[in-house]
Design a protein around this ligand. Structure first.
Ligand code: GDP
Ligand code: IMO
Ligand code: MG
Length: 432
């Protein structure tokens, strides 16, 4: 029995896709359990880039099965496109490689539209969502109006649910947002088409599949989307996403007991980024921030938006370690820091003249803090071609060691470039 949860320990885009792809070589199952097509997980193999929004990042390994569990809000249009693109590139030839739970919420075009209209109306107070309809789709699930994947295969139920849903959504779109509504017949035709394409992948009970796999001693990876500080309950609310992004969410999103989780790997960028609005204590609005964005190619994988960049924040990371129960860290993008004379790391927050290393979770608290930094010496060397940890420059080794010591958490993997091969291992993943 070995289930491992991989989560983002910052504000998303830490490199989860890359790590899951690398770990997938030794995994039997890779499972998505929350979020939706707001995620953009990048995999680079021999210089070829694949960006996945809904399909788990194990899909490039033909012997690894990929499951989309009930906690995901599934945008059928995006999923069909993603499947077709993968097949065109020579992957997913065997339909049994992808398994989709019939209990997933279907994310509809009206969810996307409502999300975008709401943001537009917020003007200067935008959350900065991805516009993928995530909030409205989870709202429907919570208010028990959602259309589920299973409904796509039952015309009568689908028609009835769609009529009920559109009655309300069209009212909002027309009267509150001054926009066009959707027609039941058009949507039925579109959804039937998607249903036909998704039929080979659907299954009733993904919890049972995972349960049996674990019982047989199979290796299972749960792939988180977004990041800890975007968690609906524990993130920088209201500047968060609409699902639980922390490790415990894997149990809820999949129907798996907490006792089955053996390890929680916190994917951690060697600096910090954030897309969208909301507090970001270590943000750099100067030339170093620009340099990190340029060297790190920090543009959103889903929306292409510029990512805000800043120094590594150990206060926020300690909070992430606590609320996820992170047992091990994968330290990403350290190559991006090459060429900096000095590297700063935030070790405390000064609030009203007092320094703390406890993360103040309210947005008000976060906006008034002053980060306290420890300055470490940088290095000049290009790290992207290194093949062993021993070859890292002394100052890069010291940086990694400092972070691991401060966080009292082992760093198992160091990533020095986006490609699968640019990965330096300290410990193999499934060690005991
Ligand atoms: P995810 O959402 O956590 O999967 O991360 P994204 O794919 O959205 O963003 C991470 C970006 O960094 C992608 O463009 C990756 O190809 C890239 N990347 C991942 N690891 C590394 C690394 O170690 N070094 C560099 N330079 N780029 C990396
Ligand atoms: P991955 O899985 C980074 C952010 C959005 C916005 C907030 C709410 O690639 O790390 P939403 O569309 O979810 O309602 O937007 O959350 N956000 C992400 N930021 N990486 C992601 O996913 C994100 N998914 C959502 O930018 O600030
Ligand atoms: Mg991403």
């Amino acid at each position: 029995m070995s289930a491992i949860v991989v989560i983002g320990s910052q504000w998303g885009d830490e490199g989860k896709g890359k790590v899951v792809d690398v770990f997938s070589a030794k995994s039997d199952y890779v499972v998505r359990y929350q979020g939706g097509a707001n995620a953009g997980h990048t995999l680079i193999v021999n210089g070829h880039k694949t960006i996945l929004h809904l399909i788990p990042s194990g899909i490039l390994h033909p012997n690894t099965k990929c499951i989309i569990g009930p906690g995901v809000v599934l945008d059928a249009e995006t999923l069909v496109r993603e499947i077709e693109a993968l097949q065109k590139a020579g992957h997913l030839n065997d339909p049994s490689q992808l398994i989709i739970s019939e209990s997933c919420t279907v994310l509809m075009p009206y969810h996307r539209k409502l999300d975008q209209m709401r943001e537009e109306k917020l003007k200067n107070e935008k959350i900065g969502t991805t516009g993928k309809g995530i909030g409205p789709a989870y709202e429907d699930r919570a208010s028990r109006r959602a259309i589920l994947v299973g409904d796509l295969f039952n015309d009568k139920t689908l028609q009835w649910k769609l009529e009920k849903s559109l009655e309300e959504k069209n009212y909002l779109l027309k009267n509150l947002y001054n926009s066009e509504g959707f027609k039941v017949e058009d949507m039925m035709a579109q959804l039937r088409e998607y249903a036909e394409k998704l039929a080979p992948y659907r299954t009733k009970d993904t919890s049972l599949i995972i349960h049996k796999a674990l019982k047989q001693g199979k290796k299972v990876l749960f792939e988180g989307a977004q990041g800890t500080l975007l968690d609906l309950l524990h993130g920088t609310y209201p500047y968060v996403t609409s699902s639980s992004t922390i490790a415990g969410s894997a149990c809820i999103g999949l129907g798996i007991g907490p006792g089955k989780i053996k390890k929680v790997i916190g994917i951690t960028k060697a600096y910090t980024t954030r897309v969208g609005s909301g507090p970001f204590p270590t943000e750099l609005k100067d030339e170093i921030g620009t340099l990190l964005r340029d060297q790190g190619h920090e543009y959103g994988s889903t929306t292409g938006r510029e990512r805000r960049c800043g120094w590594l924040d150990l206060v926020a990371l300690k909070y992430a370690i606590r609320i996820n129960g992170i047992t091990n860290i994968a330290f990403m993008k350290i190559d991006v820091l090459s060429g900096l004379k000095e590297i700063k790391v935030c070790t405390g927050y000064e609030i009203d003249g007092k320094v703390t290393d406890e993360f103040p979770i309210s947005v008000d608290g976060l906006e008034s803090i002053k980060p306290v930094y420890k300055t470490l010496p940088g290095w000049e060397e290009d790290l992207s071609k290194l093949t062993s940890l021993e070859a890292l420059p002394r100052n890069a080794k010291d940086y990694i060691q400092f972070v691991s010591n401060e966080l009292a958490t082992p760093i198992d993997v160091v990533s020095v470039g986006p490609d699968r091969e640019q990965t330096l291992w300290i410990k193999p993943l499934f060690h005991d």
